[in-house]
Design a protein around this ligand. Sequence first.
Ligand SMILES: Nc1ncnc2c1ncn2[C@@H]1O[C@H](COP(=O)(O)OP(=O)(O)OP(=O)(O)O)[C@@H](O)[C@H]1O
Ligand SMILES: [Mg+2]
Length: 596
Amino acid sequence: MRRGKLMHNFSEDKETTRLNYKQLFRKLSPFLARRKGTLVWVTFLVLAAALSGRAIPFFIGYTIDNAIVKKDWDLLLYCTIGYAVLEVLNSVFEFLQVYQFQKLGNQVLLDIRSKILFVVQRIPMTYFNRTPAGRIVTRATNDVSQIGEIFSDGVVKVFIQLIVLISIVVSMMLISVKLTLICLATAPLFFYLGIKVTNKIKETLRVSKIATSALNSFIAESLNGMKIIQMYQLSRSKMDQFEFLSGDLKRVSLKSTRNYAMMMPILNLFNGLILASALYFSGILGQQDGIKVGLVITFFLHALDFVHPFRDIIEKYQQFQNSLTSAERVFTLLEEPIEAGYNLPPIPQKVGNAIEFRNLSFKYQDTTTTVLKNLSLTIKDRQSVGVVGRTGAGKSTLVHLLLNLYPPTPNELFIGGHAIESIPLNQLRHKINCVQQDLFLFKGTIFENLTLGSERILDDRVYRVAAEIGLVDYLAKTQRTLAHPVEESGANLSTGEKQLISFARILIFDPEIVILDEATSNIDSQMEQLLQTASKKLIQNRTSIVIAHRLSTIFSCDRILVIDNGRVIEDGSPQELAAKDSEFKKMLSDQSYKDL
Ligand SMILES: Nc1ncnc2c1ncn2[C@@H]1O[C@H](COP(=O)(O)OP(=O)(O)OP(=O)(O)O)[C@@H](O)[C@H]1O
Ligand SMILES: [Mg+2]
């Protein structure tokens, strides 16, 4: 196998954007529609800020011509006060405009993030198998923030500055169309130059985003896999990969800085040209056309304001393009088909608890090996079934199918007489609870991990159940309580402890069907005792499947299935199987179980 296999595949990140502005707005519009009020308010503020901004030069011109030139000192005082009021108004509008846009942006981002979470919780497991977690993290963080820039920086700036620019040109034309045309004669040339440079910037930015994304995914994955990295002492090779990726980022960042640096001189030159021609020609034409001196100054002030929005439009246009790439990725994720099971109509009558496999065969998507083969068996309501078998026999796959994490072929798996694909997922997962083999706990406290934040669970119940199965006493021995903190993914707890907590959680939630997929672990006899008592409680009066590596766990089950290579090879009560010359008996006498 190729050594670099552990390196990431960033092909998706390299894709260029296919979304155009229209499509982007179509996709954003449901999010914007929810914020109509803010949107109307924001539009008003943009117009108000542009108009008050243009009123200022006119007011100054008026003051010069009517108060200063005519030496009307009273009017000058009123005009000065009027001018101050205008400036304050303009500042207030601009402040509110920026604030409201940010607010709108944040509201939309919040909605998009919630939608991402909603979707991610409902897309089929197969998506997570083929998508690195780091990439999903990048979607939900970096890419969503980029969409935010549409509101704070990108398209919104373009939109605002376009309105400002139009208001400036109209104001200049109101004074003199001829003068305006002369002054802005070079604008198309500079616009062309500006766009050329920003196109270069865009390209380097795109490359730098790929480099950033690669680095982010790399860091996220390295953090997740830190245990393995340290254990196998991969630090050196990881460092090399890191240096390679960050070197890449440095190179492209420098290139884009260089391009940015070119932008300023071009625009400064343009600014100089406009102002010089405004100064010179407004002087001459002012004389010829009889424009008063105050109005000449007004014109000059408008011209002075021209370059700023002009530059912003050229610059932010590219940023907007950038946001498009992110938007496309986010919307691709949002449009991932969610599991069909969430949209099924609820089954009105109570679904029974018997489980039936009808000649079920199963293989994982994109694989060729059939993991379960022609499995036919019925588990009665409230029957407890222990499942044993060698590693890779297909035991955990049974769990995946029963929780509908992976869909079986239709009409091969039934719960309470209903084909599993017809049971809405929330109904199914309410009914069946499971302790998975890879025990996972959330960062928080033990208590929070027991309730999972569910409001229907009363505190009393949590304490009672935790005490009943000995969790409280067990923790007390090491001066811990249910309020003890749990590190990310339960890193500060032993496997046995995690298992006991997971058992307690199921007892608290009290589902009708339980599945225990035991983690292989060597646990001491005290923990063994606790877990055994807990699992006895768990299977009492419930349909249950207990997948066990430690056979002691399943002796209290009504029935045992031995699975080998995807088939049931033995099926009977523990006593029956232990009595005859069975695979189960062999397992019992096997070296690893001798101590039982
Ligand atoms: N998500 C998956 N995608 C593809 N193949 C898988 C997947 N999960 C498991 N398999 C394959 O299916 C087979 C059965 O795996 P399964 O996890 O059901 O075994 P198991 O009996 O639970 O083993 P263990 O005792 O080690 O937990 C294995 O060959 C495994 O490689
Ligand atoms: Mg397993």
